[in-house]
Design a protein around this ligand. Structure first.
Ligand code: CO
Ligand code: CO
Length: 367
């Protein structure tokens, strides 16, 4: 169990050394989970930090509440603090002991400002930088074990889609359907849904991040469903667009454009291709049909422990795509006041080519 974490930590330590960083401060969240397997819940206001020094020392500072949970941990140096102690004084001592009195410290991007502010004066002796820049180079490449979990997260998303569209959605409120989706994801064995489900009916579909509301799904609507599962930490993210009843001409036309853009972009995924080139393929198809202005977001985002992470498939992304990367391809066209269409799959770069992890049909289905 500890072997995978030791190997990740040793790769992090190499990249810390290369960047002249003496220590890393990691707080609860996906970086901590990636490096240690720990995911303490509800630790927001109590200081919980992992210290990784460039000479290979790993120490944990944790509140007493977690003492039992941490009994079996593979981390040897654990300092538990009780409510009668000042954890910030302890942290300062640990930083000086393990990192020295000056130098670069990489701070977890999701460490709460309240913790940093409590030791702000002390930290001025150090050169702070975001941990994200150092660790994303590791997290961006998924190993076999991670890919296996992502396949399962994608499978749960597909099965959820199948179950939801077999229901009669006419007359149901968007937020009711969102709840059905989220419950189904959990019932199918996911830890949780990877983000709040998007159910956008009719004109609401023209807003890519619509919050499901009171609107009832009705005959003639174009309907967007966008959701994902989190399975043992790893996320999936799928979008399909449907017609409630017979689709109108314009819906069919726009749907075909988005479907072609998505297909061409997935085909363009190859090892060595730069991410912006894949974005340009999707954007090119949509622009050639006159909807360029209506494709208002990037083509995709990396996926893993976070629902949005590197690599971004965007017009300005210079990331070279490599085997082991996983990201979404999700072009869309949004016609304000009318409807929207988006098709999203999770794509893993395997053996030099893009492989869809989500498999739900991309044909325009009538519900
Ligand atoms: Co999505
Ligand atoms: Co997405």
């Amino acid at each position: 169990m500890a072997a995978v974490f030791e190997s990740r930590l040793s790769r992090l330590i190499s990249s810390m050394r290369e960047s002249g960083v003496v220590g890393a401060l990691v707080s609860p969240g996906t970086n901590l989970f990636y490096l240690t397997g720990l995911s303490p819940s509800a630790t927001l206001e109590r200081l919980f930090a992992l210290l990784v020094s460039s000479n290979g020392e790993v120490s944990l500072l944790a509140p007493k509440l977690y003492e039992n949970e941490l009994k079996g941990t593979w981390i040897k140096d654990v300092r538990i603090w009780s409510d009668s102690e000042d954890p910030y004084e302890i942290l300062k001592g640990m930083i000086e002991k393990h990192f020295g009195r000056s130098g670069g410290i990489a701070v977890d991007d999701c460490m709460q400002a309240v913790h940093l502010l409590r030791i702000y004066g002390f930290l001025r002796n150090y050169d702070l930088r975001p941990l994200g820049g150092l660790i994303s180079g590791l997290r961006i490449l998924k190993d076999e074990g991670e890919l296996e979990l992502m396949r399962e997260a994608a499978r749960i998303a597909d099965e959820t889609m199948e179950r939801i569209i077999s229901e009669d959605l006419r007359g149901k409120r968007e937020k009711e359907v969102a709840r059905m989706i989220e419950n189904t994801i959990v019932d199918l064995g996911a830890d949780k849904f990877s983000f709040d489900a998007i159910v956008a009916s009719g004109p609401n579909g023209a807003n890519p991040h619509h919050t499901p509301g009171e609107r009832r799904i009705s005959e003639g609507d174009v309907l967007i469903l966008d959701f994902g599962a989190r399975y043992r930490g790893y996320c999936s993210d799928i979008t399909r667009t449907f017609s409630i009843g017979k689709p109108h001409e314009r819906a069919i036309e726009v749907y075909e454009v988005v479907k072609e853009a998505q297909e061409m972009a997935v085909q363009a995924v190859r090892e060595g291709v730069v991410a912006r080139e894949v974005d340009a393929v999707a954007r090119g198809v949509i622009a050639s049909k006159g909807y360029g202005e209506r494709f208002t977001h990037r083509t995709g985002h990396g996926l893993g422990l976070d629902i949005h992470e590197d690599p971004y498939i965007a017009p300005n992304s210079e990331t070279e795509l490599r085997n082991g990367m996983v990201f979404t391809i999700e072009p869309g066209v949004y016609l304000g006041g009318e409807f929207g269409v988006r098709i999203e799959d999770d794509v893993a770069l395997i053996g030099g080519r893009g492989e869809r992890l989500t498999r739900t049909t991309r044909e325009l289905l009538t519900l």
